[in-house]
Write a protein that binds this ligand. Sequence first.
Ligand code: AVI
Length: 319
Amino acid sequence: MSGALSRSPAEAQRAALIADALAGLSAARKTLPCKWLYDAEGCALFEAITRLPEYYPTRTETRILRECGPAIADAIGPGAAVVEFGPGDGAKAVLLLRALAAPAAYLPVDIAPEWLDAAAGRVASAFPGLPVRPVVADFAQPFDLAGRADGSATHLGFFPGSTIGNFEPEEAVRFLRRARTTLRAGARLLLGADLVKDTRVLEAAYDDAAGVTAAFDLNLLARLNREAGADFDLGGFRHAAIWNAEKERIEMHLVSRRTQSVCLAGRVFRFAQGETIHTESSHKYRPERLREMAAAAGWQAAAMWTDPDGLFSVWLLEG
Ligand code: AVI
C-alpha cells in the first residue's frame, strides 16, 4: 500500500494544508485558501463574528427568513425535501423548516461529520418525526443524493449565509451548475447572497472594533504553526479588510508589519514590510449580477426577498 493510501484522514488533511500553504506562499501575490480558516478555533471565532454588532449578514438573513417565511413557503409549496449545503449549526434550517408546509425530509450536506451531527441533532429535536438524512460529502464537488430525497414533492436546495460569496465568480457558477445536477430537474434553490453597499459598512463588518475578525484571520497563521510546524510570529502580522471596488468584494489580508522570514516545511518565505497574504474574498452582489450568474448555471430567478435597508438578499431559483 502506498504512503498516500495508508494515511489517516487527519494526516491527509495536514498534507493538504501544507501543500496549499507551500503553493500559496510561493505565489507572486501570497495567498492561502480560506477553507483553512475553519479549524475548531476558527469555527468558534466565526460563530463569535456572526454575533458582532458590525457583522450584519447573519442577523439580517435571519430576519428575512423569519419575516418572509410565509411568502417563501407559499412560493415553495408543501412536501419539500430540504437539502442544505454546509448547514453550520442548523439554526437557519430550523427557521426555514418551521415556515414550510409539511416538509418531507432534511438532508444536511457537509464534509465535516461534527457539523453534520450538530445540524442533524438540532433539526431532529426541533422536528420529531421529520426524516433527517445527513450526507457526508464535499458540497463544492459533485455528489449524489443516492435516493435520500426520493418520494418528496420537490427538492429544495438551501445555501444561506452568502457562503457563495467566498467562491470566485467562476467557482460560484460551477457550484450553482453542480447543485442543479445534484438536486435534479425541477428542483429549487433558496440562496442567501450579500449585496453591494456602503464601503464603510462593509469594511467595519470585516474589521470589527473588538478585533474578533482579526483574531479569526490571524488564527490561520497560528494553525500553520500548530499543524504544519511553521514559525510565524503572530505579532509580526496585522489583519486588514479591504474593499476591492473593481471585483466588488471584501478581501481579508494579513499584512507583514516588517521585513521578515518564515519557515514552513523546510522552505523559507520572505516578506517585505507591508507585503500581504490574501486569506479570503467575500464577494458582494448586485441583483442583476446574481441573476446573470444563476442564468449562466441554468437557474431562473423566481423571487428575491430583502430587508428594509437592502443589506442582504434571499433568492428562490428554479432549475
Ligand atoms: C462564511 N462567510 C460567508 C463569511 C463571509 O462573510 O464572507 C466569512 C467571514 N469572514 C470574515 N467574516 C466572516
